[in-house]
Design a protein around this ligand. Structure first.
Ligand code: HEC
Ligand code: HEC
Ligand code: HEC
Ligand code: HEC
Ligand code: HEC
Length: 469
């Protein structure tokens, strides 16, 4: 009996006879056993707390594999020092190694599989480094892409980008641990995968074709919050059968068209050089005053989806626009006098944290009606309470003091009214040698059916007039 026990313990003795091997065995068993304890939480699905997630999926596997790597090193040292000269030690060790490696591989593969799965989840990307990613996470939850995983856009299909992203992920984890990351996280993302490889998994150019009607409500600063509407027919284009030539998508991304541009500006706001390749022919447009030789030294970028759709998923709003949208939906009642003006002022004021924002926004709006419109404060209590809730919600979706993210920190370049957007190139002043310009014609991109009109005729013709809230 004692002999059997000895034989079983022999390999262990050998492995642990040098301190490196001992450390290896210790780390491997500790990692493995602790991980087994956490197994039940994993079997219930993704663990609810991202920090247990990090422990289960990153730290414990790290400990486990580090231990595994140390064991053979320890064994090698032990052999050199003579412990292995006992006759059957080697054979016993090999058997032991076979069995333990089998078990380890089983556990290890589970680690890896789970770790990879976990790192793909929206929860891992958005919440692990809670404060850091909070603005993007919250905005993503409120976007048309809330059901699209972070990795679908940030990594996409294929092994090469997967590896690249994991490497840059490791760098980011260090930046967070060492607290060396920038606040806010800078935009645009310079090493983002070319968007056509990710976006076109779901949206392909033949799919967006028809013109699309856009109706934009806005409310004035007066007592009645007078409403007006802008109605645009967007020439989306790009697909088959679009009625206005190539349209917006076709002009930049259609068959045979490639647009490159050069900018020395981190934010890509000033664009001195634009180059269009259309069916083999090349035309270069320079901003007024730009020198070709100098512009040609700047880095070249190929235009893709995110040069216009800068905020497909992390769509932050501006105060005016957010209040207009909420009033249009009835979440803030336009029947409350001066509510537009008050709301925008309250949102623009600065508050140190969400709790304080909620307290002050709620308190100040209520006080305003109590002081200025006591009858309304009494008769429209529910509407006022609802307005304060909407406003607090808007603030919390867009302002994140811990990351220095405030109104306008992340520009949306899809239009030209809030940010330079299309007019970075379409300013009518980017000209080619042949005398062509990148045009600013008001009806090239959209037909302006109404511009800030009160009760525009076009809406009643289309049967879309306002219900009279
Ligand atoms: C629909 C595609 C899409 C999805 C889904 C998506 N992102 Fe993004 N994200 C982008 C694009 C595009 C940019 C870069 C915009 C630019 O470079 O101008 C970006 C930028 C970022 C940035 C840099 C800062 C900024 O706001 O520009 C962070 C951080 C980020 N995303 C995190 C996330 C996280 C976390 C998730 C999941 C909760 C996520 N993203 C989901 C498309 C997406
Ligand atoms: C995994 C699939 C998927 C990927 C990848 C994806 N999208 Fe989307 N996208 C969707 C879905 C689903 C919707 C919602 C459609 C709806 O609401 O009718 C959507 C909606 C949109 C809309 C319309 C939003 C609106 O206001 O109606 C735009 C614009 C858009 N995506 C652009 C992009 C861009 C740019 C990228 C790449 C950075 C991208 N998408 C990547 C699935 C995807
Ligand atoms: C030159 C700028 C530009 C580029 C480049 C661009 N888009 Fe768009 N896209 C727009 C504009 C403008 C709209 C209309 C927005 C609106 O009406 O609010 C739009 C609308 C869309 C829509 C909504 C279509 C609908 O019918 O509602 C989708 C989806 C979309 N784009 C996806 C993409 C994808 C994917 C790419 C890259 C392959 C891309 N876009 C490249 C400017 C662009
Ligand atoms: C990087 C520069 C750049 C940006 C930014 C840009 N465009 Fe363009 N756009 C061009 C160039 C260059 C052409 C001319 C292509 C050609 O010669 O056919 C063009 C052509 C067009 C056309 C076709 C006009 C015609 O003559 O029929 C439309 C429509 C258009 N753009 C819409 C937009 C919209 C909408 C945006 C913003 C969401 C935008 N563009 C942003 C460079 C840009
Ligand atoms: C290069 C393309 C392009 C040109 C040229 C252009 N626009 Fe626009 N315009 C857009 C896009 C894209 C939007 C955003 C639509 C959206 O919000 O979905 C927009 C939005 C608007 C809006 C609505 C603003 C709001 O409140 O949201 C108005 C008004 C407008 N344009 C007027 C004009 C006028 C006037 C001109 C002529 C000087 C013009 N546009 C030229 C592309 C263009």
């Amino acid at each position: 009996m004692k002999q059997v026990l000895n034989r079983l313990l022999d390999p262990l003795a050998l492995m642990t006879s040098h301190w490196i091997g001992a450390l290896g065995v210790f780390l491997t068993t500790t990692g493995g056993i602790l991980w087994l304890f956490l197994l039940p939480t994993m079997l219930r699905g993704e663990s609810a707390n991202p920090y247990t997630g990090i422990l289960t999926f990153l730290i414990l596997p790290g400990v486990f594999f580090a231990g595994l790597a140390l064991i053979p090193i320890g064994w090698w040292f032990a052999r050199r020092s003579g412990a292995a000269r006992r006759p059957d030690a080697l054979r016993h060790f090999l058997i032991f190694l076979g069995v333990t490696t089998g078990a380890n591989l089983l556990i290890g593969s589970q680690f890896t599989y789970r770790a990879v799965r976990h790192m793909e989840s929206v929860q891992f990307c958005g919440q692990t480094c809670h404060t850091v990613m909070e603005p993007e996470f919250v905005a993503h939850q409120n976007s048309p892409h809330s059901r699209v995983s972070c990795t679908a856009c940030h990594i996409g299909e294929g092994a090469d980008w997967f590896v690249k992203s994991k490497l840059s992920g490791v760098r980011q984890v260090f930046a967070v641990v060492l607290n060396t990351y920038s606040k806010p996280i800078p935009t645009p993302v310079h090493n983002l995968r070319p968007a056509r490889e990710t976006c076109e998994q779901c949206h392909w150019p033949q799919k967006y074709g028809a013109d699309r009607l856009r109706r934009i409500a806005s409310f004035a600063d007066d007592e009645a919050n007078t409403r007006s509407d802008t109605v645009l027919l967007m020439h989306i284009g790009g697909g088959e059968g679009s009625s206005h030539g190539p349209g917006i998508h076709g002009a930049h991304l259609g068959d045979g068209v490639v647009i490159h541009y050069r900018t020395g500006d981190e934010k890509r706001l000033s664009i001195p050089y634009v180059e269009v390749e259309k069916n083999g022919a090349k035309e270069v447009y320079l901003a007024s005053g730009a020198k070709r030789e100098e512009a040609e030294k700047l880095p070249l970028r190929t235009m893709d989806c995110i040069d216009c759709h800068t905020r497909p998923s992390h769509t932050f709003e501006l105060p005016e626009r957010a209040v207009n949208t909420a009033m249009d939906r009835g979440a803030i009642s336009p029947a409350l006098p001066f509510v537009k003006k008050q709301a925008v002022e309250l949102l623009k004021a600065s508050y140190p944290n969400p709790a304080e924002a909620e307290r002050q926004i709620t308190g100040r709006l209520k006080d305003f009606y109590k002081e200025k419109y006591p009858a309304i404060a009494a008769s429209k209590q529910t509407a006022i309470a609802q307005a304060t809730q909407s406003l607090t919600g808007i603030w919390k979706r867009n302002v994140f003091p811990a990351m220095n993210v405030t109104w306008g920190a992340y520009p949306n370049q899809i239009g030209h009214t809030d940010f330079p957007g299309c007019f970075r190139c379409h300013d009518g002043e980017h000209a080619s040698q042949a005398g062509n310009t990148i045009q600013q014609d008001c009806n090239a991109c959209h037909q302006l059916l109404a511009m800030e009109e009160v009760k525009p005729k076009i809406l009643s013709e289309l049967g879309l007039e306002e219900s009279g809230k």
